[in-house]
Design a protein around this ligand. Sequence first.
Ligand SMILES: [Zn+2]
Length: 79
Amino acid sequence: MNTTDVNQKTESEILIDEGDHDRFSHYARKADIVESAVTGKPVVALCGKVWVPDRNPDNFPLCPRCKDLYEQKKTQEKN
Ligand SMILES: [Zn+2]
């Protein structure tokens, strides 16, 4: 019984472990990302996701929704 409890606890701890807060890199305003790097505060991404930018965003694939929104924005700015 005790062993099972410990195992379950460990599993849930792994799930919320650092690095699992998100499996994507998101687009956010550069100023927000810079501030987050200093303060450690989460930023709001283009897709609405609140997340703390990783120091190595290349470790994660780009969030598809952020990519879509970014492309849309770029297109709008051109017109
Ligand atoms: Zn996103």
